[in-house]
Design a protein around this ligand. Sequence first.
Ligand code: 5GP
Length: 213
Amino acid sequence: MTRPATQIAKRHGIIFILSAPSGAGKTTLYHRLRKAYPEIKLSVSCTTRARRKGEVNGQDYRFITVEQFEAMKSHGAFAEWASVHGNSYGTPRKPLDHSVQSGRDILLDIDVQGARQIKQVYPNAVSIFLLPPSLRELRRRLAARGTDGKEIIRRRLANAQDEIKERIYYDYYVVNREVNEAVRVLSSIVEAERSKVSRVTDWRIDSLHQRAR
Ligand code: 5GP
């Protein structure tokens, strides 16, 4: 995978947002993207939801109380926040601003409400929506998750269909038909966004110009 030409051009860090309805395979792709681009920082959200088995505090999320969340909210500590499935989630503002300023790209795994807020505050952020290849495949993936009853699967499918409607507010969509293919498309989005002339804040090739004259 090629890396940005940091010697030639300096730019701000890019905020990449990845959202997906459940069943689209976001977790797998998120990890694959991390592997391909280990230099991309991961935003660690704060949440009031209970920690699940295997989750690490400070790594997967910062697990905080409702009171702590409200205090952070009132201090303007979140770049965005939303209520998802009855719990509060928020993206801490400081690490985000620090990444942008220091030229380090950062990846946010947030829902559609959060993506909209981030785009308002950081218009240069890049939002990507992951789609399942078909409704039939989505149904199959949701049903394959465990031993859930028909009613739960039906509700999850209805939720996912509502979430899919929000795709039109994103910059890019990626269809997760096959993981390697989806990673390839995601990677090309990262590369293209990194290569945008409009993102460059400082060209470092003036000396090359002079030598060529
Ligand atoms: P889970 O609780 O299953 O980890 O995540 C539930 C949903 O919350 C996912 O769609 C995830 O993308 C979203 N989410 C996680 N962190 C944040 C956040 O900081 N802000 C927003 N708006 N959504 C988040």
